[in-house]
Design a binder for this molecule. Structure first.
Ligand SMILES: *Cc1c(COP(=O)(O)O)cnc(C)c1O
Length: 365
């Protein structure tokens, strides 16, 4: 299996069960004490002043951009190698995504950002893909120089760092997803924005609840994007173990990096200065189709993140970005493969994957 979500429940089952019953018996199910407590604890953990719980990671992105004033005609710079939700956070506001190719770390190539800045550029979306932080020093330098806002997509990077500082605290808004497969996963949908900006936090709280601060008095147009009490309660349990869970993933990644030894497989590397919480362990292989088939034969699941870059997806055909525009991203799309890595994965399970991978030979091809 590529991921085993049930394991995440089993690891702390008694705590989750107790919390779920506690919330069910309280009789208050949306935006209550659990959400407030989680927001405080999550903000503290990240090292931000405020956290606002929302319905999903996509909501965290599009609502942030909406409240930061992104409108039709505005351009937002984003890596061409990203999850489609990153781009939707921009286009849902009518903004134009301006893509920049990725580098060998599969994140935005910061050396190519300045060349695409125009008078319409309003923001940079820094996506910390696969658990690894972008070069935030360079992104913040460019943003300051051109007076751009920085939003961080931390949906795959809960609690990782750039030069010792936590991802999500560099830009004006750090956007998180608590989708079950994410590092800090709930048992359903959920998301949040962290910020040090009191005004943005206030607006987020109003916007997520139909634009209403006081019941039935609406000061702005908003939406319904609220974190459930049950999810917030379960997330508090998970958050209390995040330090260990991230350390476990880092250990698993280290074991892969030490154990995998096959000239046909390129292992992932981490940018100097960056941390990775290893949301995915992404290898590259020029014979990927054969490798997937081979792994399947040994009942090892693997996933391609992502087979089609957002700008080549049918949904974004209207942007008219031709194939070949971003060579590093397109080459990666043809070669990347995520190995099984999940909390609760046993040493025996991992050793089996390593052994099978090391036995992948040209003879199989
Ligand atoms: C999962 C994810 C999102 C979207 O989060 P949802 O909670 O599924 O809406 C956005 N960006 C990245 C990088 C993601 O991995």
């Amino acid at each position: 299996m590529a991921n085993d979500l049930k394991r995440q429940f089993d690891l702390f089952a008694p705590e989750f069960e107790q919390k779920a019953l506690e919330v069910l018996r309280k009789g208050w199910y949306v935006l209550g004490e659990e959400v407030s407590a989680f927001e405080q604890e999550f903000a503290d953990w990240i090292g931000a002043k405020y956290c606002v719980g929302l319905g999903s990671g996509l909501d965290a992105l599009w609502i942030s951009f909406r409240l930061l004033g992104i409108r039709p005609g505005d351009e937002v710079i984003v890596s061409s190698n990203a999850y489609i939700a990153c781009v939707m956070g921009i286009t849902m506001n009518g903004g134009t995504p301006v893509f920049v190719d990725s580098d060998r770390y599969l994140n935005i190539d910061v050396s190519k950002i300045e060349a695409v800045i125009t008078s319409r550029t309003k923001a940079i979306l820094a996506v910390h893909l696969f658990g690894q932080t972008c070069d935030m020093t360079e992104i913040m330098r460019i943003a300051e120089k051109y007076n751009l806002q920085v939003v961080e997509d931390c949906a795959q990077a809960h609690g990782n760092h750039w030069q010792g500082r936590t991802a999500g605290t560099f830009g004006i808004a750090g956007c998180f997803s608590f989708y079950p497969t994410k590092g800090c996963g709930a048992f359903g949908d959920g998301g949040a924005v962290v910020t040090d900006d009191a005004e943005l936090a206030r607006k987020l709280r109003i916007f997520r609840n139909y634009g209403s601060e006081k019941k039935y008095y609406n000061s702005m147009l908003g939406t319904n994007s609220r974190l459930d009490e049950i999810q917030a309660g379960l997330l508090r349990v998970r958050l209390s173990h995040m330090q260990d869970l991230n350390a476990e993933r880092q250990h698993l990644a280290e074991c892969y990096s030490k154990g995998i030894n096959n000239p046909l497989i390129e292992k992932p590397s981490v940018r100097p200065g960056a941390d990775s919480v290893w949301h995915q362990y992404v290898i590259r292989c020029p014979y990927r189709t054969e490798l997937i088939e081979y792994l399947n034969r040994y009942e090892i699941g693997s996933i391609i993140h992502y087979p089609i870059p957002p700008y080549l997806s049918e949904a974004y055909a209207y942007l008219g970005t031709p194939e070949g525009s971003f060579p590093c991203t397109e080459k990666a799309a043809g070669e990347v493969l995520s190995l099984p890595l999940y909390n609760g994965m046993t040493e025996a399970e991992q050793n089996y994957v390593i052994q099978v991978l090391n036995n992948f030979h040209a003879t199989v091809l």
